[in-house]
Design a protein around this ligand. Structure first.
Ligand code: DC
Length: 241
């Protein structure tokens, strides 16, 4: 993979949920003027599809594997980027579902759906295709370990559960969702547990990843640290991404 992309920059940002991975990944992408891909949004889109089509029942946690396998073959997952704001939306089979994939119903089921190997294989294939001759920043759980094991720079983000739950809670309140802090916190903890203990590509730090604990870092500070890491690891060998 590396041989064909000597001049491209691949940055993998992995870590726990609500650590602000996407904020950091977006900031890096903006700094270098390169593409940003939110791999979690792709797992959310598959989950939304499964819920909408009755392929997954959150009560019994039963998945119609055959049905979802078939649907994945023709599922179109892409990103729409608003050129002026640079905001990104996930487009599922031609429909902008950015708002729907962030709803609690999807958040509750996404870790279960992303445990399935056939779902991961399909999405990893799509994620790698985004990088063909393109520099990019991708955030997720297995980007540095599975999707791009030879990424130029790998960042692993973490923060305390309290801090992460508070961020997520504030975000949901702002969007007008009626939910308690305790509910948000237990969702964060539950997702950590499922992500870390699943058989297929569990969340873990790549050996060569740089850890950023942003419990007490501002957005500017975390970007500064990351850019320093990128310049150190990659920038010296390449003038421009
Ligand atoms: O980043 P996020 O919280 O939007 O991700 C949603 C879920 O998708 C998360 O619970 C775990 C899963 N996920 C994954 O398994 N692998 C990835 N590369 C990205 C997300």
């Amino acid at each position: 993979m590396k041989k064909n992309r000597q001049d491209t920059l691949i940055v993998a940002v992995d870590g726990y949920s609500s650590t602000g991975k996407s904020t950091l990944a977006r900031d890096i992408a903006r700094h270098y003027g390169i593409k940003y891909i939110d791999s979690g949004a792709m797992y959310r889109a598959v989950t939304l599809y499964a819920l909408r089509h009755g392929l997954y029942d959150p009560e019994t946690e039963r998945l119609d594997e055959g049905g979802l396998k078939q649907a994945l073959e023709k599922m179109d997952i892409d990103f729409f980027v608003d050129q002026s704001s640079r905001d990104q939306s996930l487009v599922l089979n031609g429909e902008n579902v950015e708002r729907e994939i962030r709803q609690m119903e999807v958040s509750r089921s996404v870790s279960m759906i992303s445990r399935y190997g056939f779902v991961r294989t399909k999405l990893v294939e799509k994620q790698r295709a985004f990088a063909l001759s393109n520099s990019l920043v991708m955030d997720g759980r297995d980007i540095g370990t599975v999707v791009f094991p030879d990424a130029d720079v790998k960042i692993f983000m973490t923060a305390s559960v309290e801090v992460r739950a508070r961020r997520r809670y504030d975000e949901l309140l702002e969007k007008g969702y009626a939910i308690s802090f305790e509910e948000v916190k237990s969702n964060v903890e539950e997702r950590d547990h499922i992500d870390e203990t699943r058989k297929e590509s569990p969340l873990r730090k790549a050996d060569d990843a740089v850890v950023i604990d942003n419990s007490h870092l501002s957005r500017e500070e975390q970007l500064e640290r990351t850019l320093a890491t990128i310049e150190n690891k990659w920038g010296r060998a390449h003038e421009q991404p």
